[in-house]
Design a binder for this molecule. Structure first.
Ligand code: V47
Length: 379
């Protein structure tokens, strides 16, 4: 078949990919700015299929934001609430409420995804260790995908623990996976301007690498669509690729499109569909040592995410429970709902030409109609 490549920079990308040469920062910038979407998509789709064949993954899960109290003050955030000045917006769930919330719509799920904020009252081992053990006892089939590296850094400093000791303790209580947030953009320039009070890039990477050595898997993200340059996006991806080389354990990369409502960076507006698609494809091609690129329906919307399956993505993330209330993206203006029926995932994946595969956080797979044994009963 004759293929037409209209962007010469993508010809170089194609040659490097064929020769197994890692893509450079300049290649990343070329992909992020190309007008030749068809070539970019063809290359990214081939890279996806070399990794995961025809499979596209999803997970039956519960999503909980257990607290929105946060003292980090990131300028892109619409979620954080000041516990003294915004009392009516504060959500700070006692651990019994988190447990009850997870079970509200049954036990047939394989992951609990929880993120919160830099909350001095909730980010403590006294709160989390008993809750994690309780989950593991009651729901042995459910993996715990908890915290971001930003929260873990805060917890370590609060308890005056090294990362090694903290992560060994959390692993002992059942932590399976660390969520990918807190990475934002690794550039020092970006962090100084946008999130100066959050864990820096070196410590974010160190936390994930230490976690991997303790047998805890993790994800990685990048927040795109504000003040970052394409060079900074490409450098971020290269830093993740190097981190995976040093300490393998990242499963998925998730591009997080900026949501502008109600935060200090709102003048940057929404990302465009083309920017989203280029971001998925660029991530797929640059992160040659990551198995999965996730198109999270709640973030780019189901329609863009379905298209992303032909631009390198191989995962749509989770259903959430039908009574879950995600707050990070809903306070920043997402028009995605709170819940997707897994039949809808299967329909969209099949229509895109792929095979839907149910997974857990670490990509163990299940038949779509798998149910937990009756011993999974709330304690
Ligand atoms: O670090 C906050 C992002 C992250 C906004 O591991 C925003 O599967 C866009 O950890 N616009 C936390 N993004 C969420 C997180 C996550 C999300 C999806 C998948 C996974 C995973 C983890 O949310 C933060 C920040 O980058 N965020 N506000 C906003 N206005």
């Amino acid at each position: 078949m004759t293929t037409f490549v209209t962007d010469p920079a993508l010809r170089i990308v194609e040659e490097k990919v064929a020769a197994g040469v890692a893509l450079s920062r300049d290649d990343g910038v070329a992909m992020l700015s190309t007008g030749d979407l068809h070539t970019l998509g063809r290359l990214a789709q081939a890279a996806k299929e070399r990794k995961s064949g025809k499979n596209v993954y999803y997970v039956l899960n519960r999503y909980i934001n257990s607290t929105n109290v946060c003292y980090a003050g990131c300028r892109f955030c619409s979620f954080a609430a000041d516990e003294f000045k915004e009392r009516d917006r504060v959500v700070r769930m006692p651990s019994d409420e988190v447990f009850a919330k997870a079970l509200e719509t049954g036990t047939n799920f394989n992951q609990i995804h929880i993120v919160g904020g830099h909350d001095p009252k909730q980010l403590s081992l006294d709160y989390w260790l008993p809750l994690m053990r309780r989950f593991k006892e009651a729901l042995p089939h459910v993996q715990l995908s908890l915290f971001t590296a930003a929260e873990l850094d805060y917890m370590a400093r609060r308890h005056r623990l090294g990362y090694d000791e903290l992560l060994a303790t959390l692993r002992g209580a059942g932590l399976d996976n660390i969520n990918g947030g807190g990475a934002e953009v690794f550039s020092e320039r970006f962090r100084k301007l946008v999130c100066p009070n959050k864990v820096d890039a070196a410590h974010w990477l160190e936390i994930h690498e230490v976690a991997h050595r303790h047998g805890i898997a993790s994800n990685a993200t990048m927040l795109y669509g504000t003040i970052e340059t394409f060079e900074e996006r490409a450098e971020h991806l290269i830093m993740l690729r190097e981190s995976q080389k040093r300490s393998p354990g990242y499963n998925a990369f998730i591009p997080l499109a900026f949501h502008p409502d109600g935060n200090e960076l709102s003048s940057h507006g929404w990302t465009s569909g083309l920017d989203d698609i280029r971001m998925f494809a660029t991530a797929r091609l640059m992160l040659d040592n990551f198995d999965h690129i996730k198109a999270y329906w709640m973030i780019q919307g189901l329609k863009v995410c379905q298209v992303a399956l032909q631009f390198g993505a191989d995962d749509m993330d989770g259903t959430h429970g039908s009574t879950d209330e995600e707050r990070i993206y809903h306070s920043a203006g997402t028009s995605s709902g709170q819940y997707v029926d897994d039949r809808e995932f299967r329909r969209l994946i099949e229509e895109a030409g792929y095979v839907p595969v149910r997974r857990n956080s670490t990509y163990e797979t299940f038949p779509h109609d798998w149910v937990p044994s009756s011993s999974a009963v709330p304690a």
